[in-house]
Design a protein around this ligand. Structure first.
Ligand SMILES: [Zn+2]
Length: 489
């Protein structure tokens, strides 16, 4: 796939009601009254945890969670327990599957990832050799290995697996208006710990440990480590790797590593959008994984691209058809709901909004402005959606010049422009233009900041830098604007 010429096609900055809808669809935290006021929403009595003062309801919630967690854990254990006695291929056997996953994802998403504002450190991490399965620089590691997990500070503990299992019971928690995550309700967090997680850990310790070792692959995006399972039932080292069983296992690993690799392509700014939402954390990633799978599934059986991938995955074991791991791919059951949420978002707000948020940190399409809730867009007038006026535009004459709309016409359309610059509205209606929010990527643990340049913004909007520049104040990197005007015709 070549360049995507118009990555903003179909997207818009959501208005106030649309922001509410997005929070609902993506299962983001509800706004508190101060945040609601800031975006122009009336206060809303937040329904409190029904068990806060009601011992019966508390007991009901704890019992309900314990039952649902047991069911979920049993299902996961049933799927992965075979690994306890299976053979174990070394991680070096899966380096090719990882490289193939990287190639397939990069080929599909390159135009998006190439135009993301990333710091030099983040770029260096992405350019580092991925999927090294052995040696001092290994970053593809066996997920069931206690010492590798501990070294990466993702230790194998029963409690962590219990915590994860509880987090999947979102519907039940919602029913009780129970929000134990994100540090907003200390009492709820303590209740979950004492009444649910600790007793559950105690009674299911060995199963939890088994699931923590065998039930998942894990990616740590901050340092690029990927943990995978190399288990293969019925295999022993003397069988060697040049056989159909191992080839099929490697293709299966390819699909797992694809999901894990897509995690590493996520723009760092996306964590500002409710990192507690499994829809944002896993639904987005799995939705994009499915997009890669679909692109491969559509290829004919002997397609050269598939052969090329097979050379990487299996060392060219001899591919006669699209591998079963691709044709029979199913999303892990824990993620099905979150992918469905993601599809709802895509249906209502356009797929490009998801891509822009995930790969480029354009979380304004999700109603965010960096860490905070974004100012909602004004309603459209006819089919003209508002644009945001960059602070670098200082006079009405300049504004008229950049937009090539006569000043009188601008004022007639936007009466607020007749007064002092300081009193101008932040958004105006200007037919023929859309707003581009300038992403600032400021990692907590780095001095480096990456800011979207006119060149990046132009590429994302399918215009040339010259055209973008002609409609905006001269660009000063020391004082970048928050918005660009982008001509749509
Ligand atoms: Zn994942």
């Amino acid at each position: 796939m070549g360049a995507v010429p118009h990555q903003r096609t179909g997207t818009w900055i959501p208005g106030v009601g649309e922001q509410e809808r997005i929070r609902e669809v993506l299962r983001l935290a509800e706004l508190d009254d101060a945040q609601r006021k800031a975006v122009g929403l009336p206060p809303k009595a937040k329904v409190d945890w029904v068990g806060r003062k009601d011992g019966g309801k508390r007991g009901e919630l704890a019992a309900g969670l314990l039952v649902e967690m047991e069911t979920r854990l049993a299902a996961r254990y049933k799927d992965c327990r075979w690994k306890e006695t299976a053979g174990l291929l070394p991680m070096s056997s899966f380096e090719g599957a990882g490289r193939a996953a990287k190639k397939a994802a990069d080929d599909l998403f390159k135009a998006w990832t190439d135009n993301a504002a990333l710091t030099p450190n983040q770029l260096a991490l992405r350019r580092r050799p991925a999927f090294v399965g052995s040696g001092a620089d290994a970053n593809l590691l066996e997920v069931s290995d206690f010492s590798d997990r501990a070294r990466a500070r993702i230790p194998i503990t029963a409690y962590e697996q219990a915590r994860y299992t509880a987090s999947l019971c979102a519907d039940l928690m919602q029913k009780h208006h129970f929000t134990p995550y994100g540090g907003v309700d200390e009492e709820a967090a303590q209740f979950l710990d004492a009444e649910v997680l600790r007793p559950f850990t105690k009674t299911h310790e060995s199963t939890l440990i088994a699931c923590e070792r065998y039930g998942f692959a894990i990616t740590e995006p901050r340092n690029g480590l990927i943990f995978l399972s190399g288990s293969l039932e019925g295999w022993k080292p003397s069988d060697g790797e040049h056989n159909p069983l191992v080839a099929a296992r490697k293709w299966k690993a390819f699909t797992k590593l694809l999901h894990e690799y897509v995690h590493t392509l996520q723009h760092p700014n996306l964590v500002h959008v409710g990192n507690q939402s499994q829809t944002v954390r896993e639904g987005f990633c799995e939705y994009l994984t499915q997009a890669v799978i679909a692109s491969l599934k559509a290829l004919p059986a002997h397609d050269a691209y598939l052969q090329e991938l097979d050379d990487l995955v299996t060392g060219g074991f001899g591919l006669s058809a699209v591998p079963q791991a691709i044709t029979g791919y199913t999303t892990p059951s824990d993620y099905v709901t979150y992918v469905a949420d993601t599809r709802t978002f895509v249906r209502e707000f356009h797929e490009n909004a998801l891509y822009a948020a995930f790969f480029q940190g354009h979380t304004e399409f999700l109603g965010f402005r960096l860490e905070t809730v974004a100012e909602p867009a004004l309603p459209a007038r006819g089919d003209v959606r508002p644009v945001h006026v960059p602070h670098t535009v200082t006079t009405l004459a300049d504004l008229a010049g950049y937009l090539q709309i006569p000043a009188e016409a601008l004022v007639a359309d936007n009466p607020g422009l007749s007064g002092d610059r300081a009193a101008w509205p932040s958004q105006i209606h200007a037919p023929g233009f859309r707003p581009h929010f300038v992403v600032i990527n400021r990692p907590d643990d780095e001095d480096e900041v990456a800011v979207e340049t006119p060149a990046l913004a132009a590429a994302q909007n399918g215009v040339t830098p010259d055209v973008l520049q002609a409609h905006n104040p001269p660009y000063d990197p020391a004082r970048p604007p928050s918005w660009f005007f982008v001509p749509t015709t």
